[in-house]
Design a binder for this molecule. Structure first.
Ligand code: IMP
Length: 211
């Protein structure tokens, strides 16, 4: 469309349209004029192996690879469920906990089975997210967000994904799979981490400052 201003460009290291929409919403709400695209614009880019020991390591790995491939500032996130009774696992292995990458139902069933005998007072868990910003030839930042709560004995709710049906945030009676998307976004680990990254994005991208 002619005459439409295009702001500074940023690539989000994902092919998940939900994540792209969430970052766009957060940047828009913060009044930044930063244009974001995702890896659908770069179909040839190879997958980046998530070999890091921490969420921050993995977020940085992905953001560095995308910044190098595209030559543009890149944002990446990595997240997972950390269960107290499992010493913080599945953690960075959340997406492959059943042994099959992306088998979300299998991972949830395995976590529930592993903590079957753990009583209510020791079913604490949190979702954690690290979000990284890498500017080619420039700065690197990593910020983190978390939401604390506990695990149910059986799945409840149809919304969300992954471990949402067994996670009840502190102060709520609902699992995150029983919450609406905006209600979950407002308290979520990913929302917190991405919102913490916004001022760093605005500083790093000339012309992208908050209005
Ligand atoms: P990723 O960081 O988006 O790749 O998430 C890794 C894995 O962590 C997902 O496959 C889910 O199993 C789990 N996970 C991360 N965030 C959430 C969430 O908000 N709800 C439920 N599961 C999540």
């Amino acid at each position: 469309m002619s005459g439409q201003a295009v702001g500074p460009r940023l690539v989000l290291a994902t092919r998940n349209p939900g994540k792209l929409a969430e970052l766009r919403r957060i940047l828009h709400d913060a009044g930044t004029g930063v244009e974001v695209c995702d890896l659908d614009q770069y179909p040839q880019m190879p997958e980046v192996a998530e070999t890091g020991a921490t969420f921050a390591d993995n977020a940085l790995l992905k953001a560095r690879a995308v910044a190098e491939y595209t030559g543009l500032p890149a944002v990446a996130d990595d997240s997972g469920l950390c269960v107290d009774a499992l010493n913080g696992m599945p953690g960075v292995l959340s997406a492959r906990w059943s042994g099959v990458h992306g088998d979300e139902e299998g991972g949830l069933a395995l976590v529930l089975a592993q903590i079957t005998d753990v009583p209510a007072g020791r079913r604490g868990a949190h979702f954690a997210c690290a979000a990284a910003l890498v500017v080619p030839g420039g700065t690197e930042h990593v910020v983190e967000g978390a939401v604390y709560g506990c695990l149910t004995h059986a799945p409840r709710g149809e919304n969300g994904f992954g471990y949402d049906p067994i996670f009840v945030p502190a102060g709520s009676e609902l699992t995150t799979a029983e919450m609406s998307a905006p209600a979950k976004d407002a308290i979520s680990h990913r929302g917190k981490a991405l919102r913490a990254l916004v001022p760093l994005i605005a500083d790093a991208l000339p012309g992208g400052s908050a209005a």
